[in-house]
Ligand binder design. Structure first.
Ligand code: BGC
Length: 840
């Protein structure tokens, strides 16, 4: 492979046998396409996506750069940063030998509790579309193919493979297809991944309407469509209707027997097969033309200062300052600061599922604050907020290397078997392992056993709780004594994409400073004792997750935290969710903060009114103590530089400029999808129609905790002199506005442009975001911000009767402000001629 090595697609197509053609329409393994070496067609590599590039291994993978999650990145509202993030993703891809990134995630957050809401960008299709286009553009600047996913209406996790999204044509066009359309219009992604779901009765991965009519014909997009993993459901319809690639391989639906028969019987036209193969070959050719073709291995050489700098900038710029009463922020280094909360030392760097990846490193919020202060501030956790117990491997020392982690030894037989044979040994640094892609030629019949061994030093004389979740069997021993038994009476839970057991725990009294030998004995997937009811079939090798935490008395611990807070000038509490609460595979049941978090926050505020709460989550949570807290920051899942990014904002080294990419409702029940956010009898009704996110709250005048587009700064801005001009013949709408930094600090502001139709014969949202620009200004300085957007994209609604977009003549308004509910300027403009349109 290498530059200039590319082949002629038509020539190759001519020379391929039917068997080879069929082969090319499916992967060969979990990440690679099918090669035809005799014709110079290599196998190319795909890799998840969307907040980093994992490489080919789930199990013990090569560490990678982890970017802030999608809703965080979108909250920067910074088009240059979207692109730069994409460019860094391309660089990472080269170091993971990947030609195709499986991202970004372009879906909408219909409801605030969607399990994968954190992955995608926004509840607003324009912001999601522009963010997708920016990231795709950056990825493809590096000549790596981007795959936008999951096309389309794949907005919840509940029964995702069969869930039928019932959506009106209007909502489908205006809300759900729109970000994909904008990404096609502005960045031409090389690939699309279809969702697992159906739309109006038809699986997207075999929908002629969605793949062929809309995407290819109407939008004129040329590229490759792949299925989500195990999301190809038929051979005939998927081939005829435009799904180019079944993933992963080896083929399940596109075996040469199955497709051969369809071809022989002319159920699948040979031209359809040729079209599919041509698209696969074009993508392989693109990869060959790129630099990525020269990379095959997976390394960590991109773990550089430059990488860290950009990740830190994105992490900080994504942060949204929600409250700052009495200018409690920024913190001053000479103040006596005390730190609390479950997320302070946890390092919630990413959401869970296929978007999770092993980071180069993690800077926790506590470490970030410590670096600023130059000393370790007083800390107590105050409350736990984990689902499963926090990582054991991060709290043990590998006896062989003396480094953090565990030694993992693989055997053919269980412990206690005479003469048992060891066949592999690894150093393990993390505590969550899906082993399905672990390969060893010595494994027979998917059956093996592994011992994880490490030394644990108790930091207190107290009771400690150990726990293990497994797909297989597992037991935990402390100094050879059985403490946790997850072997015989197993109960299936939601771990590992709904295939593992619930967590089983056990307690043991330990002494401060004493070293204990910890051993976790694992039996591979096939040793499990329960009948797997649902989920992806990982049974082969299985999966395991283990953790430990000191047992705390919740009320005592809160009291302790409050008394430490009392003695400080300011208390900073790090709270929120993590990749266990927000993950692929399941949705959140509500928006509540976990465990005793709210009690902790209330108690600390009562003890010290000078309290700042830093929340981390990818989608909204409820803040029942909102009125009482002076300082509140929303910090997302900030990638591996999260702690530095948060500390930069807390101490004012970065003036916050993030704006919420989605509304935070006051309570869960207020959200537009509340009644319909689950699959019932196979279908999920999109009952709120086009009124998603702020479109709903505004129309119903429903108060929210924080509106879409909202975010404060340590300085202040004023907008004036809004001008607009309409150029109908060239489809242009231009605005300019003067922005002045009226405060005392340099800062950035996002100018948001919303469009409103003054009178309408169809129901429409109050206003819709159709443009934004970010500007940086020194204190006291003023500048003019201009933007130019597509007229038809900004004023049209989708007319179901005509089955076309309708750009109506009449009076419109542009609303300009720094948030959806802080509109400072309004200007009218007129459109003379009505017209209908399709396409991009
Ligand atoms: C996810 C995709 C992902 C794929 C490969 C699926 O479970 O839905 O987003 O790219 O797995 O990991």
């Amino acid at each position: 492979m290498g530059k200039g090595a590319a082949f002629d697609v038509d020539k190759v197509l001519d020379q391929l046998t039917t068997t080879e053609k069929i082969g090319l329409t499916a992967g060969i393994d979990f990440w690679h396409t099918y090669p035809v070496e005799r014709l110079g067609v290599p196998s190319i590599r795909t890799s998840d996506g969307p907040n980093g590039v994992r490489g080919t291994k789930f199990f013990n993978g090569v560490p990678s750069a982890v970017f802030p999650n999608g809703t965080g990145l979108a909250s920067t509202f910074d088009k240059d940063l979207f692109r730069e993030a994409g460019q860094l993703m391309a660089e990472e891809a080269k170091h993971k030998g990947a030609h195709v990134i499986l991202g970004p995630t372009t879906n909408m957050q219909r409801g605030p509790n969607g399990g994968r809401g954190f992955e995608s960008f926004s509840e607003d299709p324009y912001l999601a579309g522009i963010a997708s286009a920016g990231v795709v553009g950056g990825i493809q600047d590096g000549h790596i193919a981007a795959t936008i996913k999951h096309y389309v209406g794949n907005d919840l996790e509940h029964e995702r493979n069969s869930s039928d999204s019932i959506i009106t044509q209007r909502a489908l066009r205006e809300i759900y297809l729109e970000p994909f359309r904008l990404a096609v219009k502005y960045s031409q992604p090389k690939a699309f991944m279809t969702g697992y779901n159906k739309i109006n009765g038809e699986h997207v991965s075999q929908s002629k309407f969605l793949i062929d009519d809309v995407l290819r014909k109407e939008w004129g997009w040329e590229g490759l469509v792949m299925s989500d993993w195990y999301g190809t459901y038929t051979s005939k319809d998927s081939l005829n209707n435009g799904l180019d690639l079944e993933m992963p391989g080896p083929a399940r639906l596109r075996t040469s027997d199955a497709v051969g028969q369809q071809i022989t019987s002319k159920e699948v036209h040979i031209n359809a097969l040729n079209d599919r193969v041509r698209n696969v070959l074009e993508l392989v050719k693109y990869a060959l033309d790129g630099e990525a073709a020269e990379f095959t291995g997976e390394d960590t050489k991109n773990n550089t200062e430059k990488t860290a700098e950009l990740l830190r900038k994105i992490a900080a710029d994504a942060i949204v300052l929600l409250k700052n009463e009495d200018d409690i922020l920024p913190l001053k280094k000479e103040e006596k600061i005390a730190v609390f909360g479950p997320n302070a030392k946890y390092g919630a760097y990413a959401g869970g599922g296929s978007a999770s990846l092993r980071p180069y490193y993690i800077v926790t919020p506590y470490e970030g604050v410590t670096k600023k202060l130059g000393y370790e501030p007083p800390f107590t956790v105050g409350a736990y907020a984990h689902d499963n117990l926090p990582g054991l491997a991060q709290q043990t020392i590998n006896p062989d290397t003396g480094k953090p982690g565990l030694k993992m030894s693989f055997y053919h037989q269980p412990r206690g078997t005479e003469g048992r044979e060891k066949f592999d040994e690894l150093e393990i640094e993390t505590s969550y392992h899906i082993l399905f892609d672990y390969k060893n030629e010595k494994i027979r019949n998917n059956l093996f056993y592994a011992d994880f061994e490490g030394e644990f030093t108790a930091d207190d004389t107290a009771e400690y709780e150990f726990g293990v979740t497994v797909l297989g069997t597992a037991q935990i021993f402390i100094d050879d004594k059985l403490i946790v038994d997850n072997k015989d009476k197993q109960i299936q839970g939601r771990a590992f994409f709904n295939t593992g057991t619930v967590e089983v725990t056990g307690k043991v009294q330990l002494e401060k400073g004493k070293k204990y030998n910890v051993r976790v004995e694992f039996g591979s997937g096939s040793t499990r004792t329960y009948e797997q009811k649902s989920g992806v079939d990982f049974v082969g090798n299985g999966a395991i997750q283990f953790g430990v935490a000191k047992v705390i008395d919740a009320q005592e611990e809160i009291k302790k935290a409050a008394s430490i807070a009392k003695a400080a000038d300011k208390a900073v509490i790090f709270i929120g969710l993590n990749g266990e609460w927000e993950s692929e595979g399941y949705d959140r049941p509500d928006l509540a903060l976990p465990g005793h978090t709210n009690d902790l926050v209330e108690a600390i505020i009562a003890a010290n009114p000078n309290t700042i709460v830093v929340n981390q989550s990818g989608t909204p949570v409820e803040f029942p103590w909102l009125q009482k807290v002076k300082g509140l920051i929303h910090a997302w899942f900030g990638g591996n530089e999260l702690g530095n990014g948060i500390a930069d904002v807390l101490f004012g080294d970065v003036n916050p400029s993030g704006k919420l990419s989605l509304s935070f409702p006051l309570k869960f029940e207020d959200n537009p999808a509340f009644l319909n956010f689950h699959t019932e009898r196979g279908r999920v009704l999109y009952g709120e129609d086009i009124f998603v996110g702020y479109r709903f709250y505004e129309k119903l005048q429903r108060k929210v905790a924080f509106p879409f587009g909202y975010g404060l700064s340590y300085t202040s801005f004023e907008f004036s002199n809004l001008k607009s001009s309409v150029d109908e013949s060239n489809d242009k709408l231009k605005f300019s506005v003067d922005v002045k930094n009226t405060g005392k600090l340099k800062g950035k502001e996002v100018v948001q442009f919303y469009i409103k139709k003054v009178e309408s014969d169809v129901i429409r949202p109050i206003k819709e975001l159709k443009g934004f620009e970010k500007i940086e200004l020194e204190a006291g300085k003023q500048s003019t911000v201009s933007t130019e957007i597509s007229l038809k994209d900004s004023i049209s609604f989708f007319d179901e009767y005509q089955n076309k977009w309708s750009a109506q003549a009449g009076e419109y308004e542009v609303h300009v402000g720094s948030s959806s509910d802080d509109i400072e300027l309004i200007e009218k403009f007129n459109v003379e001629k009505s017209h209908f349109w399709t396409g991009i």
